[in-house]
Design a protein around this ligand. Structure first.
Ligand code: CP
Ligand code: NVA
Length: 308
C-alpha cells in the first residue's frame, strides 16, 4: 500500500514523484483479476459530491468502493443542503462525522480546498475548473502500461489549456515525461501552472512547453491527447471556441507528424468531428477506453492509500 504523506488529493502539485509512481504500481496490482475484490476498505464509506455531470468519475468511484468492500454515496448539490446555501465548512464538519472520505466535483478549486480545510477525513478532487488529478493518475497508468516508462516519452496535448491540460503538465513534470501543450494563445494554460510544472520538470529532467503551432507540437510525439473545446460551464462560448480551435483538431493529417507508434488519448466524453475525428478516436492508435477503465484502477489505489 503506497504511503502518501498528504491527507487529501486536491491537485497533483502536492504529491511527490515517488508517491505518484507508487500509486501507479499499486494500481497495476489492483487491476489483476485475482485482486479485484480485495476487501481493503471493508465497511468504509465515501461521499461523492457532484456540482457537475459525470459518467466515468461517478461510476468508477462507486464501483471501486464496492469492489474494495466499502460503499459510496452519490450526493448531488441539487439535493443536499449545500445547494441551498449551507456553507462548505458546515457541510465538511457534518460529513466528517459520517464518512471515511469525500470526493467532490465542483466549479471552483477554492470549494475543494475549503472542504478539505474543514474536513477531518480525506478529500479527493474529482474535477474543478482548474484541475482533474484523478484523470491524470489514470492517464499515467495507461501510458505506463503501454510504454513501460515515462522517461524519454513525449506527450502532446492539443486544444484548450483547461483543467485537464493543467493537471497533465503537472503530472508529466512529476514523472519526468516531456509535455508540450499546443493551443491558441488566448487559450494557453495559466502562466503560473506552466511555471510550476517547469520548476518541477527542471528537477525531474522533463521538458514542459506551450506553443501555438500544433504541427510543431506533435512532431516526435509518443502520446497525443485532446479534450473538448468547451468544458462544463462554458457551453455558451461553444461557437466562439469552435472558431479558435478548428485548426487544432486531431485528425489524420495532424497525426502524420507523430511517432509511428503513438497512442491517442482523450479523457472523454468526446465530441466526434470537433476536437478529434472519428477516424482517430476509433482508429488503431486510440487507447481511450483502456484509459477510461483505468480511472477505476487508479482511483482504487488512491482510495486505499488515502482512506486506509
Ligand atoms: N473523464 C471524466 O472525468 O469523465 P466524467 O465527466 O464522465 O466523469
Ligand atoms: N475539460 C472537461 C473535462 C471533462 C471530464 C470539463 O471540464 O468539462
Amino acid at each position: 500500500i503506497p504511503v502518501i504523506e498528504q491527507k487529501n488529493l486536491l491537485s497533483l502539485k502536492d504529491f511527490t514523484t515517488n508517491e505518484i509512481l507508487e500509486l501507479i504500481h499499486f494500481a497495476v496490482e489492483l487491476k489483476k483479476p485475482e485482486n479485484k475484490h480485495l476487501p481493503l476498505l471493508k465497511g468504509k464509506v465515501l461521499g461523492m459530491i457532484f456540482e457537475k455531470s459525470s459518467t466515468r468519475t461517478r461510476v468508477s468511484f462507486e464501483a471501486g468502493m464496492l469492489q474494495l468492500g466499502g460503499h459510496a454515496m452519490y450526493l448531488s448539490t441539487r439535493d443536499i443542503q449545500m445547494g441551498r446555501g449551507e456553507t462548505i465548512a458546515d457541510t465538511a464538519r457534518v460529513l466528517s462525522g459520517y464518512l471515511d472520505g469525500v470526493m467532490i466535483r465542483t466549479f471552483k478549486q477554492e470549494t475543494v480546498d475549503e472542504l478539505a480545510q474543514n474536513s477531518s477525513v480525506p478529500v479527493i478532487n474529482g474535477l474543478t475548473d482548474e484541475y482533474h488529478p484523478c484523470q491524470i493518475l489514470a492517464d499515467l497508468l495507461t501510458i505506463y502500461e503501454h510504454f513501460g516508462t515515462f522517461k524519454g516519452k513525449k506527450l502532446t496535448y492539443i486544444g484548450d489549456g483547461n483543467n485537464v491540460a493543467h493537471s497533465l503538465m503537472i503530472g508529466a513534470a512529476k514523472v519526468g515525461m516531456d509535455c508540450t501543450i499546443a493551443a491558441p494563445a488566448s487559450y494557453f494554460p495559466r502562466a503560473e501552472m506552466v511555471e510550476f510544472a517547469q520548476s518541477i520538470a527542471s528537477q525531474t529532467g522533463a521538458k514542459i512547453e506551450v506553443v501555438e503551432d500544433p504541427i510543431t507540437a506533435v512532431t516526435g510525439s509518443d502520446i497525443i491527447y485532446t479534450d473538448v473545446w468547451a468544458s462544463m460551464g462554458q457551453e455558451e462560448e461553444a461557437l466562439e471556441r469552435t472558431r479558435h480551435f478548428t485548426p487544432y483538431q486531431v485528425n489524420d493529417e495532424l497525426v502524420k507528424h507523430a511517432n509511428p507508434n503513438y497512442i491517442f488519448m482523450h479523457c472523454l466524453p468526446a465530441h466526434r468531428e470537433e476536437e478529434v475525428t472519428t477516424s482517430i478516436l476509433e482508429g488503431p492508435h486510440s487507447v481511450v477506453f483502456q484509459e477510461a477503465e483505468n480511472r477505476l484502477h487508479a482511483q482504487k489505489a488512491l482510495l486505499v492509500a488515502l482512506i486506509k
